[in-house]
Design a protein around this ligand. Structure first.
Ligand SMILES: [Zn+2]
Length: 477
C-alpha cells in the first residue's frame, strides 16, 4: 500500500512557492512536462479546469453575439510582416516552419492570429451590412519562450481563446474592448474567485500593433502580478495594413475599426497559486469538475452496510458530480490525502456510526472544518457549503490583494515596497525610458494604469518629470 509521503506535498507554500507549485501541478496530476523542451501535457485533471473556464466564457460571449470559428495554424510570412509594429513585437518569439523546398514561402506557427484572420476578413467584409463581425477562436499558439518553463504559466505552446471583432465605428470597437475587459474580470472574480485590478497598459507594455491595450492583473502570493486577460483596441492599424474596407451607408469606402481580446491556460496557474495550500490544490467549487467525494470508513463487521450507504449518498449528490471512492486497496486516510491534494471541495465520510445514526460527516477542503449532518439534509448542506467556500476563497484573495497594494510617495518608498513584494501604485510619466529604468533597478514593470482615475498633476516616481497618472507596478510572471 502506498504511503502518504510518496504522494503528498513536501514543501511549504510560504517557504518555496515555485517548488510548492511544481509539486502541486505534477502531484495533483494537472499537467506534466512534455518530452519537447518548453512544452506541456495538460492532464485530465487540468483539462477539466480548462473546460470549466471554456464553458463559462463561451456561454458569456455567445450571449454577446460572438460566434466561434477556426483559422489555420500557419501564417505566411507576407501576412506576418504587413503590420510593422506587430511583426517587430512578435518576431523574437516566432517559430518558423522549416521545410525541404526553400523556394516556397516561409510559414510561421501562429503566436497569435491577427494577420491570418484579418487577411480573410478583408474578403468577408464588403458592406456596412457585414458589420459588426464578432468571431472567436479557441486554439493553441506557440511563442518560443527562452525563460524557464513553468507549467501553465510559461510554456512555448499554450491554449487560449482569441476574439477578433470588426466594427463600422471607433466607438463601437472601444465599447467592445471595455465590455470584454469586464467579461474577463467577471470570469476571474465569479468563477475563479480571484480578484483583479482593471487598467490600461503603459505605452511600453502595449500589445504590438494596438492603439490601446487593456488588462486585468491579479496578485500572486509572492507579490508578483499575473496578467489574467487582455483586450485591445486596434483602431484601424490592421484594417489599413490588410485592406479591410466596407462601403458605408454613405456609399463611401471606410476602413473597419477593430478589437481583439484573449485569455489563456495561464488562468489555471493563477488558480493553483492563489488558492492552493500545503495539502495541495484548492479548487473554487465552481471550477471543480467533481465537487464532493464520499469515503467509506470500513470495519469488517458493517462493511456491506457502509458501502451501500456510500452508494446511496453518491446518488443523492449526483448534481455535484459526487463520487464514492470504494477502492479497497487504499485506506480511508490515504484517500483523504489524495482528494485533498487534488482539491475536491467537499469530503463526505460514512462509517458504521453514521449508518446507524442516519448521518454523515462533511469535511470542507479549505477550512478543514468537520460537520456531522443529518442524511436527509445532506444535499442542502453540501450546496450551502460549496457556495460559502466559493465566496470565502474570493474574500480571502481580496483581503490579500488589499493588504499588499501600497502607494509610494518617493523612489525610496517605491524600491522598499517592491522589495517587500508589494504591488505599488505610483505617479508615472508613461515613457519607455522611465519604464526601462524602473525595471532595471527593481525588476518591476508597470502592470496597468487603473481605469477611471482623474488625471492630476504629479511628479513621476522615477524621473521627477510631470506625470498625469498613477500606475501599478510589480514584478511579473
Ligand atoms: Zn518618469
Amino acid at each position: 500500500m502506498a504511503k502518504k509521503d510518496e504522494k503528498g506535498i513536501t514543501v511549504a507554500k510560504e517557504k518555496n512557492l515555485i517548488e510548492w507549485y511544481n509539486q502541486v501541478v505534477t502531484k495533483a496530476e494537472l499537467a506534466d512536462f512534455a518530452p519537447i523542451h518548453g512544452f506541456m501535457v495538460i492532464r485530465p485533471n487540468g483539462y477539466a479546469i480548462w473546460e470549466k473556464i471554456q464553458q463559462y466564457f463561451d456561454n458569456r460571449i455567445k450571449k454577446l453575439g460572438v460566434r466561434n470559428a477556426y483559422f489555420p495554424l500557419l501564417i505566411p510570412e507576407r501576412f506576418f510582416v504587413k503590420e510593422a509594429e506587430h511583426a517587430e513585437g512578435f518576431e523574437p518569439e516566432v517559430a518558423w516552419l522549416e521545410r525541404q523546398n526553400k523556394k516556397e514561402e516561409k510559414l510561421a506557427i501562429r503566436p497569435t492570429s491577427e494577420t491570418i484572420i484579418y487577411d480573410i476578413y478583408s474578403k468577408w467584409i464588403r458592406s456596412w451590412r457585414d458589420l459588426p463581425l464578432l468571431i472567436n477562436q479557441w486554439c493553441n499558439v506557440v511563442r518560443w519562450e527562452i525563460k524557464q518553463t513553468r507549467l501553465f504559466l510559461r510554456t512555448r505552446e499554450f491554449l487560449w481563446q482569441e476574439g477578433h471583432c470588426a466594427f463600422a465605428t471607433a466607438e463601437e470597437a472601444k465599447e467592445n474592448v471595455l465590455k470584454m475587459l469586464e467579461e474577463y474580470a467577471k470570469l476571474c472574480e465569479e468563477l475563479l474567485a480571484i480578484p483583479v485590478i482593471k487598467g490600461k497598459k503603459s505605452e511600453f507594455e502595449r500589445f504590438a500593433g494596438a492603439v490601446e491595450t487593456y488588462t486585468i492583473e491579479a496578485l500572486m502570493p509572492d507579490g508578483k502580478a499575473l496578467q489574467m486577460g487582455t483586450s485591445h483596441f486596434l483602431g484601424q492599424n490592421f484594417s489599413k495594413a490588410f485592406e479591410i474596407k466596407f462601403v458605408g451607408k454613405d456609399e463611401k469606402e471606410h476602413y473597419v475599426w477593430q478589437s481583439c481580446w484573449g485569455a489563456t491556460t495561464r488562468l489555471i496557474g493563477a488558480v493553483i497559486l492563489v488558492h492552493g495550500d500545503n495539502k495541495g490544490l484548492v479548487l473554487p467549487p465552481k471550477i471543480a469538475e467533481r465537487k464532493a467525494v464520499i469515503v467509506p470508513i470500513i470495519f469488517e463487521k458493517d462493511k456491506e452496510k457502509v458501502i451501500e450507504k456510500c452508494k446511496e449518498i453518491e446518488k443523492k449528490l449526483k448534481r455535484f458530480n459526487a463520487f464514492a471512492d470504494l477502492r479497497e486497496e487504499y485506506t480511508a486516510g490515504w484517500k483523504f490525502n489524495e482528494w485533498e491534494l487534488k482539491g475536491i471541495p467537499i469530503r463526505v465520510e460514512i462509517g458504521p456510526k453514521e449508518v446507524k445514526e442516519k448521518t454523515a460527516v462533511v469535511v470542507i477542503r479549505d477550512t478543514n472544518e468537520k460537520k456531522t449532518v443529518k442524511e436527509k439534509d445532506i444535499v442542502r448542506i453540501v450546496e450551502e457549503e460549496l457556495n460559502k467556500m466559493q465566496k470565502r476563497l474570493f474574500e480571502k484573495a481580496k483581503k490579500f490583494l488589499e493588504e499588499n497594494v501600497v502607494e509610494a510617495k518617493s523612489w525610496a518608498e517605491f524600491k522598499k515596497a517592491i522589495k517587500e513584494r508589494k504591488m505599488v501604485l505610483a505617479p508615472f510619466c508613461n515613457t519607455e525610458q522611465c519604464e526601462e529604468k524602473i525595471q532595471e533597478e527593481t525588476k518591476a514593470t508597470s502592470r496597468c494604469i487603473p481605469l477611471n482615475q482623474k488625471e492630476g498633476k504629479y511628479k513621476c516616481i522615477k524621473c521627477g518629470r510631470e506625470a498625469r497618472i498613477k500606475a501599478y507596478f510589480a514584478r511579473g510572471y
